[in-house]
Design a protein around this ligand. Structure first.
Ligand code: ASP
Length: 646
């Protein structure tokens, strides 16, 4: 019988229940995961270690037991007690005051905060009235019998307590200390559990094979910039792959028809907010599958691996075409948790007596569109509206006009003098304007107008929320498939040339294959993106598996040197099966699950915004001698030579 179970207590039903619960708890909790029907045995977190329990584990049921705990000193109070912390929680340790334990008292009273100690003692109930209901272990304390300071901690650069704010640069410099915080512990442990569930689902339930692919490879045409790694052959470099794209397709040709990998990817994109030069994808490829097959696989995968505490997710996820996403939300990753959709008001404004507007509306892609900011006049300041308009001008070169609905229902705008009464009521009706709403209106090229309004929609939502409006439910999960992307888009820097909207291996939509050869700009693709709450969390496509078609896309449409991909082109000629796949951005996915604004909070050792490792100080200089085998000579800009000398 469990120690502490009062002898002679009658085995009534409630007592029996308590006993069963206690026994289950002591053996390690086994809980049935109802959502998946998968029975999960709680891991033994104390095996092989010199502790009997963790600091988060002890309860009233353990009273009377001798236990050994290992952890870091979180607090120490006047030589009377201390609070010991590990990944699972906090336990109060009572420092013995009697002469026989003077050695233990000295050790524990003198060890600085964050020193790591091992304590053995007896679990006791806290004296009545001294229980701490806020602590899971708050009913008990451990009376130390013996103790050992395993290592002392010198003066900390910052306190580990969660409520103490510290600069991110300092946290990154001492990342190993920041990792001790309960938030990072939670984030990394949850990440590990989600990945474990993904592996179970893919390998055990669906027969996927986990294959590692090389990280030293060669340049891939198009897409993001790659990191170069020098080789000992003069002038020759490896590239770090942006993703295992080529390898996963080659695996399909090799007959490994269901591949997955927790893959590290590298992109040298300079400093960009919330991007990392190295990041992780759940990379998947399958043979003999279509777009719907991949979508159902990913819905099942997410449903299976989704943490219970974030609530169930509903499948299938809704789908929206790229054209709809652009027209209604001005982006290919719409945040559908709130309305404020873009509304086409071309018909209302067509009758306006303004030459510029009429002129624009005669162009093939000319349009007039607007978003309505609910209660904007109450929640947004004049300067907010001005900065929204300036942002559209500077980022999209798009003029924006505002229209405010006054308390008497009339409209206030520079535009009203051009609008008849009938047109004003039409505008109010089309945009469903209420008193105090603010409309932002744009006239111009369809893509530019939509992109500008889409960006203003998100910015004004942030402003409304900052001012106290409840617009998006923080617990809501809006998954969305965006499909029917164009296969090619005009290059931003030179719109007369085309680039792949996804990557050059993406297959055309089966209904548009002929257009590939006659008008590639009109071809839709078999590319699909997965969006969660306005963030892209995955993307993939059905691939071209015909060598001729792949060569045509590379050479004739994208004007790329197909020689770089001759190995893949040749492989496609040796009985390549039809195949497709997807990659989920693991860092972003986990950051959304844990509700963290930055992916740096779910990566153990992230790089800074500028791509630097602030702890180890990478990248770092190497000596000319070390560079010699690579035939590399650095020509230093004068300023840096000076800086290096100092
Ligand atoms: N390799 C692609 C990417 O990284 C994903 C895919 O097409 O499977 O975006």
């Amino acid at each position: 019988m469990a120690p502490g179970w009062a002898a002679g207590r009658s085995l009534t039903f409630p007592n029996m229940l308590r006993l069963v619960r206690r026994v289950l708890f002591q053996r390690g909790t086994e809980r049935a995961r109802l959502s998946s029907g998968w029975v999960h045995r709680a891991p033994d977190v104390n095996s092989f270690a010199s502790r009997t329990n963790t600091c988060g584990e002890l309860r009233a049921a353990h009273v009377g037991q001798e236990v050994t705990l290992c952890g870091w000193i979180q607090y120490q109070r006047q030589g009377l007690f201390l609070v010991l912390r590990d990944f699972q929680g906090l336990t109060q340790i009572i420092i013995p005051q009697d002469e026989a334990h003077s050695h233990v008292r000295k050790l524990l009273s003198n060890a600085p905060v964050e020193s790591v100690v091992r304590v053995t003692g007896i679990v006791s109930s806290r004296p009545p009235g001294q229980e701490n209901p806020k602590m899971p272990t708050g009913d008990i304390e451990v009376k130390a019998e013996t103790a050992e300071v395993l290592n002392f901690c010198k003066k900390l650069p910052f306190e580990i307590k969660d409520f103490i704010k510290k600069s991110e640069a300092l946290r990154m410099q001492y990342r190993y200390l920041d990792l001790r915080s309960s938030q990072l512990q939670y984030n990394l442990r949850l990440r590990s559990q989600v990945v474990m569930r993904m592996r179970e689902y893919l390998c055990n339930h669906h027969g996927f094979v986990d294959v590692e692919t090389p990280t030293l490879f060669k340049r891939t045409p198009g897409g993001a910039k790659e990191f170069l790694v020098p080789s000992r052959e003069a002038g020759k470099f490896y590239s770090l792959p942006q993703s295992p794209q080529q390898f996963k397709q080659l695996l399909m040709i090799g007959g490994l028809d269901r591949y997955f990998q927790v893959a590290r990817c590298y992109r040298d994109e300079g400093s960009r907010p919330d991007r990392q030069p190295e990041f992780t994808q759940i990379d998947i490829e399958m043979s003999f599958v279509d777009q719907a097959g991949i979508q159902r696989l990913i819905e099942g995968l997410l449903q299976y691996s989704w943490p219970e505490e974030r609530g169930p997710i509903m499948t299938p996820f809704p789908t929206m075409t790229y054209d709809e996403a652009l027209a209604d939300y001005g982006t290919d990753k719409p945040d559908t948790r709130f309305g404020m959709k873009i509304v086409d008001i071309s018909d209302t404004l067509r009758r306006l007596d303004i030459g510029f507007v009429q002129n624009v509306l005669t162009y093939p892609h000319g349009t007039a569109k607007a978003i309505c900011i609910p209660q904007g006049a109450r929640y947004l300041k004049h300067k907010d509206l001005e900065s929204l308009k300036e942002a559209a001008k500077s980022r999209f070169n798009q003029e924006i006009m505002d229209v405010i609905c006054r308390p008497d229902g009339s409209l206030k705008s520079l535009l009203t003098k051009f609008l008849g009464e009938e047109q004003q009521s039409e505008l109010i009706r089309v945009l469903n304007m209420q008193v105090d709403d603010v409309v932002l209106l744009a006239v111009g090229d369809h893509k530019r107008v939509c992109s500008a309004l889409g960006s203003l929609r998100l910015e004004s939502a942030d402003l409304l929320e900052a001012a106290g409006m409840v617009l998006r439910d923080p617990a809501a999960l809006h998954f969305l498939w965006v499909v029917d992307f164009p296969l090619f888009l005009p290059k931003e820097e030179n719109p007369s040339e085309l680039e792949s909207a996804h990557h050059p291996f993406t297959a055309p939509h089966p209904l548009d294959t002929d257009l590939l050869y006659s008008d590639p700009t009109k071809v839709r693709s078999q590319h699909y993106d997965l969006v969660l709450n306005g963030s892209e969390i995955g993307g993939g496509s059905i691939r071209i598996h015909n060598a001729e078609q792949q060569r045509f896309v590379l050479e004739k449409v994208l004007k790329e040197d197909s020689e770089v991909l001759s190995h893949l082109l040749e492989a496609l000629e040796f009985g390549a099966p039809p195949h497709g796949g997807i990659a989920l951005g693991l860092d972003r996915l986990i950051s959304l699950i844990v509700g963290s604004p930055s992916i740096r909070d779910v990566i153990a050792f992230p790089k800074s915004f500028k791509g630097r490792d602030l702890m180890g100080n990478a990248p770092d200089y190497v000596t000319p001698e070390e560079l010699e085998p690579y035939h590399i000579h650095v020509s230093w800009p004068a300023a840096e030579t000076e800086a290096k000398k100092n």
